[in-house]
Design a binder for this molecule. Structure first.
Ligand code: PLP
Length: 427
């Protein structure tokens, strides 16, 4: 294991970054790196160091870096036409919408494309509040749904809430963090019952109509935490009784990443699909695409016009179609399940008893003692040639989310590097 070379011009680039970009735009690492190219599950920095990529640019390189099918589709489309807008018909947009509607599990679903997860959740909240004629919404504690006013208004994580201003009136429910909070010591069954009782109590106290519950099946920024399987199904029974819609934020959990399921909501599928589902990140392998899938009466409830100039552009849609085809034809969900199990096993055998192993498939998290240990581990991992992510309300979690084509050999290699990084950080 050789430590990485420093990037010679990094200090100058970092100074320019600081000068012209916002102070709150944080970069990883004491000496931030610039990634210049990638291949498969590996990326290279501008000093020529090679890293095994266990974070995929925040779960966004879904299949592989420089996937030839995506590169070819983008290049060919770029040579024809880059942009047309939603004012004109588009075969790639309609084809992609048909495929995603079919995969969503929502009957007769309709799809709207955006350019980010934030914008997707923004629309989901607008649809739900318009459909239900109420601005009251429920969200999980420790949640993250984006950076805009409405989405920050449903973010239960103070580290990611720069403003308290919000168009929504939000009530936060328990259930997102199994190993923390007042119900942590309960069994799974008791935990679910306590969270359902909390939800019932909250709905009983809410004045007037509640529009929706928005929830991540596994909380991403929150540190890959979740409630027990079936919790959201138990919630749905209560929500259905009150006519409250369920929005499943699948920005991190979609497309088979969790291995057991194509969507995160399917771990809670007993009560049927959500009313609204949002996606982004991985679908176009790094091209800027998000979207909303909804029951037709919910999607069509807006009475005024609405567009996204860039949403569903031909270039992003052809990338997404090629990426999705590759994912399905190569059963990368099955790979996430198989290789995720290898990774989990290696980590379980290598990490100490104070480390909490979370998540499923190729969405695995490590809950550490404190934020400093997480920062130190991140730093040591980079030095060893492994990129991982951080998370958690207190910054005390590590996030592992490699491209879904990860091989078992790479999983073992990465786990070995991570265990060594944890050891060096004294975790
Ligand atoms: N929802 C979840 C669960 C996310 O993790 C994120 C981003 O990390 C978002 C929404 C916002 O997506 P974007 O950064 O594309 O706006």
């Amino acid at each position: 294991m050789t430590d990485r070379q420093p990037f010679p011009d990094a200090a100058a680039l970092r100074a320019r970054h600081r000068e012209v970009l916002p102070a709150w735009l944080a970069t990883y690492y004491r000496d931030p790196i610039e990634l210049t190219h990638g291949e498969g599950r590996h990326v290279y920095d501008s000093a020529g160091n090679r890293y095994l990529d266990f974070f995929g640019g925040i779960l966004t390189t879904m299949t592989a870096h420089a996937l030839p099918e995506v590169a070819k589709a983008v290049a060919e489309q770029a040579g024809r036409i880059l942009h047309t807008s939603t004012l004109y018909l588009s075969t790639p947009m309609v084809e992609l919408a048909e495929q995603i509607a079919g995969l969503s599990g929502i009957p007769d679903a309709k799809v709207f494309f955006t350019t980010s997860g934030t914008e997707a959740n923004e629309l989901a909240l607008m649809l739900a509040t318009t459909y239900r004629r109420s601005n009251q919404v429920l969200a999980l504690r420790n949640s993250y749904h984006g950076r805009s006013f409405a989405t920050i208004g449903v973010t239960g994580n103070s580290a990611w809430s720069p403003t308290a201003l919000s168009p929504l009136q939000t009530l936060y429910v328990h259930g997102g963090v199994r190993a923390g909070g007042p119900f942590a010591r309960l069994t799974d069954e008791q935990f679910t019952a306590a969270c359902v009782a909390d939800l019932e109590d909250l709905l009983g106290q809410a004045e007037g109509t509640v529009a929706a519950l928005i929830a991540e099946p596994i909380q991403g920024v929150g540190g890959f935490t979740s409630g027990p399987d079936g919790l959201l199904a138990a919630f749905k029974e209560v929500l259905d009784r009150h006519g409250v819609l369920w929005i499943s934020d699948e920005v991190q959990t979609g497309w088979g990443r969790t291995g057991d399921h194509f969507w995160g909501w399917q771990a809670h599928g007993q009560a049927g699909p959500p009313d609204v589902l949002t996606f982004a990140k991985g679908i176009a392998n790094g091209m800027s695409m998000g979207g909303v899938v909804a029951r037709p009466e919910v999607m069509d409830c807006l009475s005024a016009n609405s567009i996204s100039t860039f949403g569903g552009s031909p270039i992003t849609c052809v990338a997404a179609l090629a990426n999705l085809r590759h994912l399905l034809e190569h059963d990368l969900q099955g790979n996430a399940k198989r290789v995720g199990a290898v990774l989990r096993e290696e980590l379980a055998a290598g990490v100490g008893p104070t480390v909490e192993l979370r998540g499923r498939g190729l969405m695995l998290g490590l809950g550490l003692r404190d934020a400093q240990t997480a920062t130190d581990t991140l730093e040591h991992a980079r030095a060893l040639g492994l990129l991982i992510g951080k998370g958690g309300r207190r910054g005390d979690a590590l996030r592992i989310a490699p491209p879904l084509s990860l091989t078992a050999t790479e999983a073992r290699e990465g786990a070995g590097l991570l265990v060594e990084a944890l050891r060096r950080a004294g975790a």
